[in-house]
Design a binder for this molecule. Structure first.
Ligand code: PLP
Length: 472
């Protein structure tokens, strides 16, 4: 990469406080991995060198956000921080009403209970784990209506998060508009690799829904990252500010659920925002039962203040260019080494294509789970499975969902790691790649009922177990 290009995404901040990292030996990592049931979610973070498990709540806050933490108004009711948050959400996202929640799934829970009746169909541009689960717990059935390209790790479509309007129309035709309370639109699409949806597609989705009296709900968790892609890739939007694009996106929807732990540069927080007065009254009542009073929703006042300040920092062009630039720097370095990754790279993560990385492993040997475990064993770097384990089972038939993609997600916390860390990561993946043919698969030996990927336990396949202990 030429120097000039690196400068284009160089970090627009300097480091004021550091957190030491622990480097472990391979023996220590082998022990830690066995204790964790070969599930990177069950590792102790102290045993992790670079933690790329998730970009959720792992962000480094700015000095201003930390200063904001000191002006937390911890009143039970009517905290000043809530009113500042409410005003900022209205300004940035444009919805009239705001209900704070402890994180994204709190908002998903409220909205699902509010708008889904048993037997309803909820179309969406690919499922997300907690989103779909709350839809199902409310009696709904999720239907995937994302374009086919999203399921193809080689497709270079610039907006792989787009809704397939023909698929959406077919769902409406089959079940009737009255059984489709809303369409669930994620921007960006986490499970497709952080892929953006275009404004044009969102507008067309909105128009189709309006014809049938169906609402549109935005999962705005990474909507500002999505806006960055629109400014870069969508004709007619070059040079438009992230703030303007965000407002335009939200303006095409009726409500949003938000996990502030992603875009908004905080460690905890979320909200439900919507326009409809009656739904707001109900949500504001329900939040008291499940989260906390409607002026704190399970958060401390200081958390709301950090979130409010994060909304401004996240819409800053230089911040977002550095954030996404870092992800793309790693992706380009891996691709240059011939490592199979999902193309094009999305906003928050680089996805290794485990199916092509470990083609000798059948699905039943959990290739992505295996690759994540091996990367940890090699380097102490923690990644996450996004394949057959994350997809879970069909609640009706009990059969495994078989997603087309079998991926390992290298997720980048915002403002946390340096370019040297990125280079170490690339080296580590290459080292696993060099010995990929010797890598055994994993069997699942414990499977929890809900969101199994968080707590499932695995064991190396028999023959392979020997190879691993020799290697370890
Ligand atoms: C993380 C996430 C959620 C859930 O939010 P939590 O804060 O983890 O509860 C919902 N949707 C998307 C797209 C996410 O990435």
């Amino acid at each position: 990469m030429r120097t000039r290009e690196k400068r284009a995404w160089a970090e627009p901040f300097k480091i004021k406080m550091v957190e030491p990292l622990r480097v472990t030996t391979r023996d220590e990592r082998a022990r830690a991995l066995a204790e964790a049931g070969w599930n990177t979610f069950l590792l102790h973070s102290e045993d992790v060198y670079l933690d790329l498990l998730t970009d959720s709540g792992t962000n480094a806050m700015s000095d201003r956000q930390w200063a904001g933490m000191m002006v937390g108004d911890e009143a039970y009711a009517g905290s000043a921080n809530f009113y500042r948050l409410e005003a900022k959400v209205r300004e940035a996202y444009g919805y009239r009403h705001v209900v704070p929640t402890h994180q994204g799934r709190g908002a998903e829970h409220l909205l699902s209970r509010l708008w889904i009746k048993p037997g309803d169909r909820v179309p969406g541009n690919m499922y997300f784990t907690t989103t779909r689960l709350h839809q199902e717990l409310a009696g709904g059935v999720f239907v995937d209506v994302i374009i086919d390209e999203a399921h193809d790790p080689n497709s270079l479509h610039p907006f792989k998060g787009n809704v397939d309007l023909a698929k959406l129309e077919a769902v409406i035709r089959e079940h009737g508009a009255s059984r489709v309370p809303y369409v669930s639109v994620a921007a960006t699409v986490n499970m497709a690799g952080g892929q953006p949806i275009s404004l044009e597609n969102l507008r067309a989705t909105r128009a189709l829904c309006q014809r049938h009296g169906i609402k549109v709900v935005l999962d705005a968790t990474r909507a500002i990252e999505n806006a960055w892609f629109i400014a870069r890739r969508e004709p007619g939007h070059a040079g438009e500010s992230l703030a303007d694009i965000l407002r335009e996106m939200c303006g095409l929807t009726d409500a949003c659920t938000m996990s502030a732990k992603k875009d908004l540069l905080v460690n905890i927080g979320g909200f439900l925002a919507l326009d409809d007065d009656a739904s707001f009254e109900e949500a504001r009542n329900m939040v008291v039962v499940y989260e906390g009073l409607h002026t704190y929703g399970g958060l401390a006042g200081r958390d709301m203040e950090a979130m409010t300040l994060g909304i401004d920092e996240a819409r800053d062009e230089a911040h977002m260019t550095a954030r996404i630039g870092q992800v793309h720097y790693v992706a380009e370095a891996l691709a240059a080494e011939g490592i199979p990754i999902v193309q094009p790279t999305g906003g928050h993560a680089v996805f290794l294509d485990a199916a092509r990385f470990l083609p000798h492993l059948p699905r039943s040997a959990h290739p992505a789970q295996t690759l994540a475990a091996e990367l940890y064993l090699e380097s102490g770097i923690r990644a996450m499975e996004r394949g057959v384990v994350s997809a879970g089972r069909d609640p009706v038939t009990g059969h495994n969902h078989e997603p087309k993609l079998e991926l390992v997600r290298l997720t980048f916390p915002r403002r946390v790691y340096t370019q040297a860390h990125c280079d170490v990561l690339v080296e580590a993946v290459c080292e696993v790649w060099d010995r990929r043919h010797e890598i055994p698969g994993l069997d699942m030996v414990y499977e929890p009922k809900y969101l199994r990927f968080f707590q499932a336990r695995f064991e190396p396949r028999r023959k392979a177990a020997e190879a691993v202990s020799l290697g370890g």
